[in-house]
Design a protein around this ligand. Structure first.
Ligand SMILES: [Zn+2]
Length: 499
């Protein structure tokens, strides 16, 4: 029976974030080591395991599992800790050898101290262990920096196609098929790339990108085209390889791969003005949401998206809404473990004074001092993307009372979800798990850039994106990039393809 080694070491690194991606953050999200005592696997691992085991069995393969580690995005992973996790993965591989293939679930934008390109480093070390003939593939988040080293060391790279990332499991299975076919001599994968020389955030739920994704996906399965995807890049990762990349994997036809990568990549570049997140200011979003005749209007607080490494405790929306006297609104999730503990101890129904958020730095705004009532508690907040639960830990729902003004009813206020663990909002269940009914609200503010869209668009009359206040500026020109070569990137230069 042929054997596929499978492991995960993945996080997206915001090189500007003050929060180190250290052991606590890895443990909080997903960290399963071979040396750990057996325990119930986290939902993400369970979902991956069920699908891959079935696919492997159908083809007469077995899976040998190694390290599974995924961290909520934050700043650089400390050098020693990165090396510890990486070496764990490598020793798991050594223990599983001989293997017929290696399938790695990586990110593509992981940066550790001393390592700009963690994925290139991991792939090179894996390649060194298994030799040139064993297929080695990586599944990547589309927010990745595709480097030459990754392309040289891997047999195949398969990235997500969708933002929101609802296709993680589908892409994993596709990669398995390519690697198994390669091991069985059915195909000879070759990776071709085209650098689009642009940065931005590009939702695939909107036109014209939706149609472009469908167009390049339709190339797969004919003329020896095995896989086509677009690496969007991650603009808050200041590394030399920052930028969007079109990737085509063919069956031994680099000329065709290069031609298609260039054709699709140029097409994407031509759409650069139209494919961005249509971000407005916070003030404009609130104006529009208040004026709307029917709700819910969902506003994405994109600059405080933990998924992009933001602090997740910013108070700009809360403060502005209190100032405007807005009611019938809910905000979540906001990371404040101390406030969560206080509310847990006070219990449901308790009314108390509370200081909320604004702790991580200037990009979090100021803490807000308010009187609140606890409306709901839970030990594990339900929050899922594409049907896969993302661990958020304990949470509380509170009613933040408006400043006591004779014109405003004392129970009026804004509902808020506070969490003990940093994380972005994916699904409306993040509100309902703590006693808040999102569908009854006029305004929903969700801390997320685009993943919220899968869950919230179906219950929203309109979706708006706020991009001005917080750690992740929606305006790419405001990101203080130093190591990325902005002289060859749009929008820093008008036509980076001119030379
Ligand atoms: Zn991503």
């Amino acid at each position: 029976m042929k054997r596929m080694f499978m492991a995960m070491l993945s996080t997206e690194t915001n090189t500007f974030s003050p929060i180190p991606t250290g052991p606590n953050i890895w443990r909080d999200m997903l960290l399963v080591r071979r040396s750990d005592p057996p325990a119930e696997a986290p939902p993400l691992l369970q979902a991956a395991r069920a699908l891959i085991d079935k696919r492997a069995e159908e083809r007469g393969w077995e899976i040998a599992e190694g390290l599974f580690a995924f961290a909520q995005p934050a700043g650089l992973t400390p050098r020693a800790y990165y090396e510890e996790l990486r070496d764990d993965l490598l020793s798991d591989l050594r223990a599983a050898m001989p293997v017929d293939g290696v399938l790695l679930m990586l990110h593509g934008a992981m940066v550790a101290e001393g390592y700009d390109d963690c994925e290139g480093d991991i792939l090179a070390r894996v390649r060194e262990l298994v030799g040139p003939d064993v297929p080695v593939g990586a599944e990547l988040d589309l927010h990745c920096h595709v480097t030459d080293r990754m392309v040289e060391q891997a047999t195949a790279l398969v990235g997500y196609k969708e933002y929101p990332h609802v296709d993680i499991m589908d892409r994993m299975l596709e990669l398995f098929t390519i690697l198994a076919d390669a091991a069985e001599g059915v195909v000879t994968p070759v990776i071709s790339t085209f650098k689009c020389r642009m940065i931005g955030l590009f939702p695939t739920t909107r036109e014209p990108l939706r149609s472009l994704v469908d167009e390049f996906t339709a190339l797969e399965g004919r003329d020896g085209v095995l896989n086509v995807w677009l690496g969007h890049g991650f603009p808050y990762g200041d590394v030399p390889d920052l930028g969007s990349t079109m990737v085509v994997v063919t069956d031994g036809d680099p000329a065709l791969g290069e031609e298609l990568a260039k054709q699709m990549g140029r097409k994407f570049f031509e759409l650069r003005e139209q494919v961005q997140v249509p971000a407005r200011t916070l003030a404009d979003c609130l104006d529009l949401a208040v004026a709307a005749s029917e709700g819910p209007i969902t506003i994405a607080d994109t600059p405080d998206n933990a998924g992009g490494g933001a602090p997740n405790d910013s108070t700009f929306f809360l403060a502005a809404m209190l100032e405007r006297g807005i009611e019938n609104a809910a905000i979540g999730p906001l990371w404040d473990p101390t406030a969560v503990e206080i509310c847990q101890d006070a219990g449901v129904g308790a009314r108390l004074s509370l200081r909320i958020g604004g702790k991580l730095g200037p990009s979090s705004g100021d803490p807000v001092d308010v009187v609140v009532t606890v409306v709901g508690l839970c030990d594990e907040l339900e929050n899922s993307l594409g049907g896969v639960g993302m661990s958020m830990g304990a949470a509380v729902g509170i009613k933040v009372h408006l400043p006591n003004d004779s014109n405003i009813a004392p129970e009026a206020g804004i509902d808020l979800v506070l969490t003990a663990r940093r994380g972005q909002g994916f699904s409306p269940s993040l509100f309902s798990s703590v006693g808040i009914d999102p569908e009854q609200k006029q305004i929903l503010v969700v801390k997320s850039t685009q993943h919220f869209h899968a869950g919230f668009a179906p219950i929203s009359k309109q979706v708006l994106y706020a991009g001005d206040l917080g750690a992740l500026p929606g305006d790419m020109l405001k990101i203080p990039l130093e190591r990325a070569d902005t002289s060859r990137l749009w929008p820093f230069v008008e036509n980076p393809h001119a030379d």
